[in-house]
Design a protein around this ligand. Structure first.
Ligand SMILES: NC(=O)c1ccc[n+]([C@@H]2O[C@H](COP(=O)([O-])OP(=O)(O)OC[C@H]3O[C@@H](n4cnc5c(N)ncnc54)[C@H](O)[C@@H]3O)[C@@H](O)[C@H]2O)c1
Length: 366
């Protein structure tokens, strides 16, 4: 019997994110490690050494130019460059006939949203997926099932915080000067997709109106010139309210908090690492006097916990699966724009004195 052809996979951008995702992707039995690209030769050579010398993987071709990389027979590509280039590079890949898994936020302007949407629509034979890994946490999928099964009733309010102190990420050059990275130049509320994404995914909802708030103080302007803290309030199409806080400029520890409050039940993701799990409050659980502790966190029981508590391998599996079985992309362009654009609108709202911004209909993005 003829062996099934494996999907030739590649990656553009071999920073910690691209390299880490690609290493997980090539463990998938349905793929062949085929080609990678980074314009930085040091990154490329370090990755080549790791693959060829440490891991004994010799099938990968190495490129510094995206144009040359795209001339190869690579079929599916992870785009993990800087936020400002995700959209243009994804378009280049699609136009060259490659499936794309694009890091988030996948756009950094309205114009990009339109252009990327057009490119995706022009290539219905290709899959485009946004790499919103947090939608693949076990508790997010458990909450989604509970919501869809009516356990929460109508959700009226949900909230989420992403706290990731910049001090924990700060790197220094040989002279001891801080190295400024993509995060330093990104208004933190643009990076809300890990929080807004899972909440909209659970609710099957989209944003209708967005208002953004940014503190007047930035105590870390030297290392994070773009505003490191901010809040966004969203009114959804179903009529719920969502609040998101992105805090890169506070003293804390890395944390994603989630809560949802509904007419028949509420869920809170427990905050302290050592108490991981969900607290559930359910109307239809007879005689309970308080919350129930549901022992579910980021990782699926018995599954691979690498890559953000197992979310990355699950997301990569879904990407490969939608290509080889020709299924709809599970996190498609519409979802990508729906979770990325509110960050830009939130900043616009703040700049216009807290004016509420209307989310455009993506169906009009042609
Ligand atoms: N989902 C997650 O959990 C998660 C976590 C971290 C970062 N990210 C996303 O991943 C992206 C990458 O993050 P990172 O920390 O690895 O960033 P990074 O800056 O360390 O790496 C980006 C790499 O892309 C390369 N690159 C940029 N432009 C290129 C081009 N035109 N051609 C070839 N190579 C190019 C750079 O040389 C660099 O090596 C970020 O933009 C962020 O949006 C997602």
């Amino acid at each position: 019997m003829e062996a099934k052809k494996k999907l030739k996979v590649g990656c553009i951008g071999l920073g910690p994110r691209g390299a880490g995702l690609y290493e997980l992707l090539i463990e998938n039995p349905h793929v062949e490690a085929y080609a990678v690209c980074d314009q930085n030769t040091n990154k490329l050579e370090a990755f080549q050494y790791k693959m060829e010398v440490e891991k004994k993987i010799t099938t990968i071709q190495y490129f510094t130019s995206i144009e040359e990389f795209l001339k190869s027979d690579v079929e599916a590509v992870i785009v993990a460059t800087h936020v400002s280039t995700h959209s243009d590079i994804s378009i280049q890949c699609l136009d060259a006939g490659k499936h794309v898994l694009c890091e988030i936020p996948n756009i950094s302007s309205f114009e990009e949203a339109k252009k990327l949407n057009r490119a995706v629509q022009a290539h219905p034979e290709l899959k485009f997926m946004v790499a919103e890994n947090c939608c693949y946490w076990a508790f997010i999928n458990s909450w989604k099932e509970m919501y869809e099964n009516g356990l929460l009733g109508e959700v009226v309010y949900a909230e989420s915080d992403y706290i990731h102190p910049h001090t924990e990420l700060q790197k220094y050059d040989e002279e001891g000067k801080p190295i400024l990275t993509w995060r330093s130049y990104l208004t933190s509320i643009h990076y809300l997709t890990h929080n807004l994404g899972p909440l909209l995914y659970i609710l099957g909802d989209t944003c209708d109106e967005i208002t953004g708030f940014i503190p007047d103080i930035n105590p870390m302007e030297d290392v994070h010139p773009a505003p490191p803290n901010g809040v966004i309030m969203v009114r959804t199409k179903k009529g719920a309210l969502i609040k998101i806080f992105i805090g890169f400029g506070v003293h804390h520890t890395v944390r994603h908090n989630f809560s949802m409050y509904g007419s028949k039940g509420s869920l809170e993701y427990r905050r302290r690492r050592e108490e991981q799990g969900t607290l559930g409050f359910f109307e239809n659980m007879p005689y309970t006097r308080s919350e129930v502790v549901i022992p579910i966190n980021d990782a699926y029981a018995g599954a691979d916990e690498r890559g953000h508590g197992g979310a990355d391998p699950k997301m990569l599996e879904a990407f490969v699966d939608c290509i080889i079985h020709n299924k709809k992309s599970p996190l498609d362009i519409e979802f990508g724009i729906n979770i990325s654009l509110p960050g830009l609108l939130g900043e616009q709202s703040f700049k216009e004195g807290g004016k509420t911004m209307k989310m455009p209909d993506i169906k009009d993005f042609v």
